[in-house]
Design a protein around this ligand. Structure first.
Ligand SMILES: [Fe+2]
Length: 294
């Protein structure tokens, strides 16, 4: 398969990469507060609100929006905000409702409860849909909080382009290893002898037709087989260490009712949480085959 030309895959042209990198780092927002855009009505953003969110996505692949929570429009809000950034093709993944929206909430006793997102347990660093095949790659994602937990349920967030920069600056060969089409294999999902999903091999980093960077990653060790090669091993260690570091680019956000995240499938994790009767955590998650258009 031919790899589209992009500064992310062109490892023989450091000057092209370095000028992008310097500009990117100079434009990155500073603190978590700089990522938050208060909006009056998320279903109809004003030009100013749209520009603020779009500007953040352009610079850092993500933005957080905050609005008054609105019981009647819980599902309308995330679908509409995504729509205003050109995200239309929803991934109808296994846990999603018929409309393609997943209700992330604790589901003990249901089949969904066998999957960590539907429990109160912590979720390690990943990008969404890392087990999807090429044509169902997740480029964009929206999270919208209807109800927060009593304690915990915080997300760590990291722009995947920053992870790329860290790896390439550490050793450009790490990028070469992560561009390999068999860098990461996700073994088949087999339940009671039925194969729900076959083995999926793929690169960690790839680019779409427009040259934009896509990342496929999970920090889980049980559900992934890395390519048996020294550089791949070093590259995964380099990434693991970076994700555990106190890098100022790693943000921590706790979504509260009315708050949401709109992003180009960046790296994220979730801490475990506790609930009580008035605090049953409910997050809507929407996965898109489109990147946000800004
Ligand atoms: Fe996720």
């Amino acid at each position: 398969m031919k790899i589209p030309d992009s500064l992310f895959t062109d490892l023989d042209n450091p000057s092209r990469y370095l000028s992008w990198r310097d500009q990117k780092l100079a434009r990155m927002p500073g603190s978590i507060d700089d990522y938050v855009v208060p909006v009056k009505d998320p279903v109809r953003l004003t030009d100013e609100e749209h520009n603020a969110i779009g500007g953040l996505i352009a610079r850092a692949n993500m933005a957080l929006f905050v609005a008054q929570s609105d019981e009647k429009r819980n599902k309308t809000i995330p679908v509409n905000i995504a729509d205003q950034f050109g995200m239309h093709q929803l991934d109808h993944n296994m846990g999603a409702d018929h409309d393609g929206v997943s209700e992330l909430t604790v589901r003990s006793g249901q089949w969904r409860g066998g999957y960590i997102p539907y429990t109160n347990k912590p979720i390690h660093w990943h990008t969404d849909g890392y087990y999807n095949e090429e044509k169902r790659k997740i480029h964009g994602m929206v999270l919208y909080c209807v109800q927060d937990a009593l304690r915990g349920g915080e997300n760590a967030l990291l722009d995947h382009e920053i992870a790329y920069i860290h790896l390439r600056d550490s050793n450009p060969d790490y990028i070469r290893a992560f561009l390999h089409p068999e860098a990461m294999i996700i073994p088949a999902n087999v339940i009671n002898g039925n194969e729900i999903r076959p083995d999926r091999a793929g690169p960690v980093f790839s680019v779409n037709d427009n040259g934009a960077l896509h990342m496929r990653y999970t920090a889980r060790t049980r559900s992934v087989v890395w390519r048996d090669d020294a550089l791949t091993r070093e590259a995964t260690t380099c990434l693991t260490d970076f994700l555990a570091s106190d890098s100022p680019y790693i943000l921590r956000a706790r979504l509260e009712p009315g708050m949401g995240l709109i992003c180009n499938n960046i790296l994220h994790d979730r801490s475990g949480f506790d609930e009580d009767d008035n605090h049953r955590r409910l997050i809507y998650r929407l996965r898109y085959y489109d990147r946000a258009t800004v």
